[in-house]
Design a protein around this ligand. Sequence first.
Ligand code: PEP
Ligand code: MG
Length: 574
Amino acid sequence: MSFTLHGSGAGGGIAIGQAHLISSARLEVAHYAIAPEHIELEVMRFSVAVEHVRAELQALRRSVPASAPTELGAFLNLHLMILDDSTLSHAPRELIRSLHCNAEWALVAQMDHLVAQFEKIEDPYLRERKADVVQVVERVLKVLMAQPGRASGAPAHEESLIVVAHDLSPADMILFKQHQYAGFVTDLGGVTSHTAIVARSLNIPAIVGAHTARQMVREGELVIVDGVHGVLIVAPDELVLEEYKQRQRELELARQKLKRIRTTPATTRDGTAVDLHANIELPQDIEQVRESGATGVGLFRSEFLFLNRDDLPGEDEQFEAYRQVAQAMHGMPVTIRTLDLGADKTVNSSARSGPNPAMGLRAIRLCLAEPQMFLTQLRAILRASNYGKIRLLIPMLAHAHEIEQALAMIAQSKELLDEQNLPYDRGIQIGGMIEVPAAALALGVFVRKLDFLSIGTNDLIQYTLAIDRTDDSVSHLYNPLHPAVLHLIAHTIRTGARMRVPVAVCGEMAGDVTLTRLLLGFGLRQFSMHPANLLEIKQQVLRTDLAKLAQLANRILRVEDPEKAQQLLDKLNA
Ligand code: PEP
Ligand code: MG
């Protein structure tokens, strides 16, 4: 039976494909069809892996010293029990036989089933034991994936699959850059959560906050993801399917047409130049940046280099990543934001998340608390600045002393490099993100001490309106047009212009075509966004006459009624 679910569109476009239910990208494995004559071999491959893990766990248990806490032995016993339970050691064999699928796929499918059972348990202690099931499965998967005799076969076509998950962390999401799925749907997540931001950077249709999708959609079911309107249609009838296929063709045509303005300079009708830069998470995103015609990288979220690993990347490894981006941009500006870890992006080794992580030890606060980690990054960025036009951007500043301490650490890193005769750009520009309301309200010290500012509207809205950007239950209150938000943005842009300190916007508002004219009307001349949005924004810039904007933008700033603000915005965009 066909039904529809609503969430928030997190990536434009329309995708049509088969639902693929997953629990974690870490456990995302290839799906192979196994030929009937190889089924028993595949079952044996699974049995060998289980035996291997059993031997591993038994050896670990034997090696536990008598003086070790008793919990350690109990923990290993529990994992051995889980491994020996028929729901994990036998059920996947039956799945291989009945579905003719590879062992990894069968194991993860069975794990998903077990995890769902655990989630129904009321007792919180027992419910949390699902984490142990996942850990045991991870062990078996590791062995399976390292086996030389892995079954071969035609991999399932990822391009026709739509990933459906309950929740995905930004770290999970970034792993999908190695895949080619047609679309994404998650039950949880706000539209400017980092999970949604990475989904958007994959440039495929996506929906977050779809509430019960993971529970209601079945594996393999035909679904339509409308990432523009945040609508998921499950098992559509022929008529609906045809209509969406038609819309899909129209959108693709429009996308192709936009490519014609790739190299056209972004200037308004009256000849004012506007910088359109791109946001990236990893060096590999640069190809997409170049295809978009961006004239710089306005935000490199460097913390993504730190996710999905057990150790921290060292100075040389970071240097290589930053240098690669700087060189690939051939002298165009590359703005590297120093680590914004904490909140929804955590590394294993800095498990410092407090009771309210978005307001806790995040970004520059964490860097100042971990000076060694910060110095390592600063040295790497400075060294890379010798290979292009790098700018350094500090996130989440609120206090004058944070600016001073950050600048002192940059000066210290320069001295260390000087002592070693290592070259760096001595004129490197240092900027600060304006994403805490306190910063926008007390700009004096920012414009005096820093070379440029970049408004992070995602956090500025989160902190101004007291809305957790990762929480879909309050996402209806997340409104960029709230007068307080617009006031802070306009004030920052205008103060920057008056004091001759360049101001950019690098939050999601910069890539929202309905807000381009409003921001231009406030005086903004630098936008940084996902490469996928860039040509649409450029088209809007090309169609805009600045002279007509300022007055209407000012009126929008003064109205208190959001409906009236929306009406005026529609007029501005007409
Ligand atoms: C922002 O807050 O708007 C921003 C650009 O940074 P991030 O989304 O990574 O927090
Ligand atoms: Mg931010």
